[in-house]
Design a protein around this ligand. Structure first.
Ligand SMILES: Nc1nc2c(ncn2[C@@H]2O[C@H](COP(=O)(O)OP(=O)(O)OP(=O)(O)O)[C@@H](O)[C@H]2O)c(=O)[nH]1
Ligand SMILES: [Mg+2]
Length: 497
């Protein structure tokens, strides 16, 4: 924590245009600032920010890509957290994670501060005295944004902005922003936009027209709110547009989820068991999928590298086919708007026959990651699915920490997706825990039905194949769908050995 730099408030932090604005609406002392009247406060702040935005975004071009725009937008940030429970180490881990999130969003973190409090200040999140210290830090570091480690009310965001004089965003907005940058598929983009709009809607008044910028270009672009003046009519209009857009996105997503359901139903009809790889972001889920299937999925030392689930086929050592799905990573306090919006994607986890819950053994606090992930499992009703805890990054982890997790998690396996250590053991566990959906059959398949024989090869487990006079003699374990088709060619019981 930085020492207090005193209760200074230099005018030099403002541009000349802003100074003019302040003269026409003078703030004489900090006391005035504290008792700011919300109604005029909204207007004044929004105008000041509108001006600030023009100054800061002189490079704002029509064709600048969204990511570049975001980088401009959130370049130099100061982090702030309120530490209510737990140890100093917990509080620091939390801010460390916020730093990774901020960096993932493309910003440079200049400083981070935490305040010990019973609970966040209802008005300004951190205490108002601390908020002024924060303002000094912002000024001396030249930061353009403050990111708060929590979900702030619209009022808290506004009041903190009034004190620190730069844009304030919260953890939820930051995570939404990262998702928006990473979403690639049509469904993923629609889900993120829906989450952003739901976050935006109740905050529209508090942040005035400026909000469309804060929540991200896509949401803003999608509804066409450029956000100039925060006039009531404009806000009403924006609200209506947002609601219309939300309704449309919900309809589109329902369509897309139907397509996904069909695909899943097809997989289920074939009785191929489904394994979902889930876990905290950056735990190594995609690396594990690659290691198990050679899928070649993007692996990155970044949070939320994966947003679109990849499904691959794999086989157990005894030859049974199963699907393996990589999924979006979880994080503590995953914004509920995101969980809601990503519900259909997350169903992939809830509908699985087995979950490989990957945890990063080299993380300072893997246990709290396990807990955070299980909270999301409960929310999406995936908590009834059998779970194997896969303690990953064994090559980098402290053996004592691994031991500690193993003691707590009886159903666990230690692996390194990087070195391959423990992967064989993991496969053996998958084989043991996968539901056995297959039936054993011996059949003589006529040569004209080569299609059935190839299905036995791809969907079932072949025990023996011979070529006889009347057809292919197949002894195999197959799912029931295929069994039904093979039964007419089944060998009479008495010939079975
Ligand atoms: N040392 C070590 N690093 C690993 C291991 N597995 C993954 N990593 C690294 O951890 C980082 C994250 O890996 P990913 O596979 O992208 O993790 P993820 O869980 O898919 O992450 P998101 O999709 O972002 O949620 C990458 O830098 C990997 O190289 C491992 O076994 N050992
Ligand atoms: Mg991934």
């Amino acid at each position: 924590m930085r020492p207090s730099t005193g209760r200074r408030r230099g005018i030099s932090v403002f541009s000349s245009t802003e100074m003019k604005l302040m003269q026409s609406n003078p703030i004489k002392s900090e006391a005035d600032l504290d008792e700011f009247e919300p109604a005029t406060g909204d207007l004044e702040l929004a105008e000041r920010q509108a001006l600030r935005r023009v100054v800061g975004l002189s490079t704002e071009l029509e064709d600048v890509t969204e990511v570049e725009y975001r980088k401009l937008r959130l370049e130099r940030v100061v982090l702030v957290g309120v530490w209510t429970t737990g140890t100093v180490a917990d509080a620091e881990n939390s801010l460390q994670e916020l730093k990774l999130l901020a960096e993932t969003a493309g910003s440079q973190v200049l400083e981070g501060v935490i305040q010990r409090r019973q609970k966040p200040d209802p008005g300004t999140y951190i205490g108002s005295g601390k908020a002024r210290e924060l303002a000094d830090i912002v000024k001396s570091t030249g930061a353009d944004t403050v990111i708060a480690d929590g979900e702030l009310t619209p009022g808290q965001l506004r009041q903190l902005e009034e004190i620190v004089k730069v844009k304030v965003i919260d953890r939820t907005a930051l995570i939404l922003d990262i998702f928006a940058q990473h979403a690639r598929s049509r469904e993923g983009r629609a889900q993120v936009e829906l989450a952003q709009l739901n976050y935006l809607l109740p905050r529209l008044r508090g942040w005035g027209g400026n909000l469309s910028r804060q929540v991200g270009g896509r949401a803003a672009g999608g509804v066409g709110i450029g956000g100039r003046g925060p006039g009531e009519t404009k806000i009403e209009l924006d609200r209506r547009r947002i609601r219309t857009r939300i309704a449309k996105l919900n309809r589109q997503l329902a369509e897309m989820s139907k397509a996904r359901d069909t695909m899943r139903a097809r997989r289920q009809a074939r009785e191929v068991p489904a394994v979902a790889i889930a876990g905290y972001t950056n735990a190594g889920k995609s690396s594990l999928l690659n290691r198990l299937t050679g899928a070649g999925v993007l692996v990155e030392d970044a949070l939320f590298a994966t947003l679109d689930p990849t499904v691959r086929r794999s086989r157990t050592p005894d030859g049974r086919l199963f699907t393996l799905a990589d999924t979006v990573g979880f994080v503590r306090h995953l914004p509920h708007q995101l969980v809601e919006a990503f519900r259909s994607t997350l169903e992939e986890v809830a509908d699985a026959d087995l979950i490989l819950h990957v945890v990063d053994g080299s993380h300072p606090d893997p246990e709290s990651q396990l807990t955070a992930v299980r909270e999301v499992f409960a929310e999406i009703e995936a908590d009834k699915v059998p779970e194997i805890v896969v303690i990953n990054k064994a090559d980098a982890a402290d053996p004592l920490v691994i031991q500690r997790i193993q003691n707590r998690e009886k159903h666990s396996v230690v692996v390194s997706a990087r070195s391959g250590e423990g992967i064989g053991e993991l496969m053996a566990i998958i084989e043991r825990d996968l539901p056995r959906l297959d039936h054993e059959i011996r059949a003589v398949v006529p040569y004209g039905r080569g299609d059935l024989v190839s299905r036995v090869h791809s969907e079932g487990e072949v025990l023996k194949v011979e070529h006889g006079d009347e057809g292919t003699l197949v002894h195999a374990r197959v799912p029931s769908g295929l069994l039904a088709e093979l039964e007419r060619y089944a060998e009479p019981a008495e010939t079975l050995r």
